[in-house]
Design a protein around this ligand. Structure first.
Ligand SMILES: CC(C)(COP(=O)(O)OP(=O)(O)OC[C@H]1O[C@@H](n2cnc3c(N)ncnc32)[C@H](O)[C@@H]1OP(=O)(O)O)[C@@H](O)C(=O)NCCC(=O)NCCS
Length: 177
């Protein structure tokens, strides 16, 4: 593994985002279930990203001197009065999962959220049955803050959802350690 960088999303990333978002491994772990169209995504860019409500990045992996976009990571619902924002990530390229790229990307976006956006709190929601993601978030330093029992009906059954969060002081302590 050579590492990753994150760069701001552009309109040119639309085809990748649409392809990634509509694969079952990603779709099954997101709260929005409808098939994403390029039009929907362009509307998202216009209303959320261009307005600064969401700071969204493309995760670019470096391997053997080559760069490849593998997923996206973002802080959305940015609340400037309470200094908080909601985190999200997906690695869309199946071959890029489980290689440590998600860990590296989350470290970068938390640094951005706390240092550049000067947030005090970053929070997320994750399906409780997404054990890999829950494990990863705890490893990074997110605390489980509450379990929303049977929060989401996916058409066949109810799924529990963990609310998780990390505070700036906790991130600073981890960085210093
Ligand atoms: C969840 C996700 C972001 C993790 O990114 P990643 O690059 O695959 O994760 P990493 O390689 O950095 O792994 C980090 C840790 O999580 C664990 N992990 C990740 N996915 C896992 C899985 N499916 N099952 C078990 N463990 C998993 C790894 O074992 C590793 O733990 P370790 O360091 O103690 O061994 C990525 O797999 C993904 O996008 N999955 C599909 C969509 C999704 O679930 N998004 C999150 C919605 S909340």
């Amino acid at each position: 593994m050579d590492g990753i960088r994150i760069r701001p999303i552009t309109k040119e990333d639309t085809a990748d985002i649409v392809r990634w978002r509509n694969t079952p491994a990603v779709q099954n772990n997101l709260f929005s279930r409808e098939t994403l169209t390029p039009q929907h995504h362009l509307q998202w860019l216009q209303t959320k990203v261009d307005t600064g409500l969401c700071h969204q990045f493309i995760i670019v992996a470096r391997q053997d001197g080559r760069e490849m976009p593998i997923g996206t990571i973002f802080i959305k619902n940015i609340d400037q009065s309470s200094h908080k924002g909601e985190f999200g990530i997906f690695i869309g390229e199946a071959a890029a999962r489980g290689k440590g790229y998600g860990t590296l990307a989350i470290e970068k976006i938390l640094q951005y959220a706390f240092d550049v956006l000067t947030l005090n709190r970053v929070y997320l929601s994750v399906f409780a049955d997404n054990a890999g993601a829950v494990h990863l978030y705890e490893k990074i330093g997110f605390a489980k803050e509450g379990l929303l029992r049977e929060e989401f009906f996916d058409g066949t059954g109810y799924r529990d959802v963990w609310l998780m969060g990390i505070l700036k002081k906790e991130w600073d302590t981890r960085r210093a350690g």
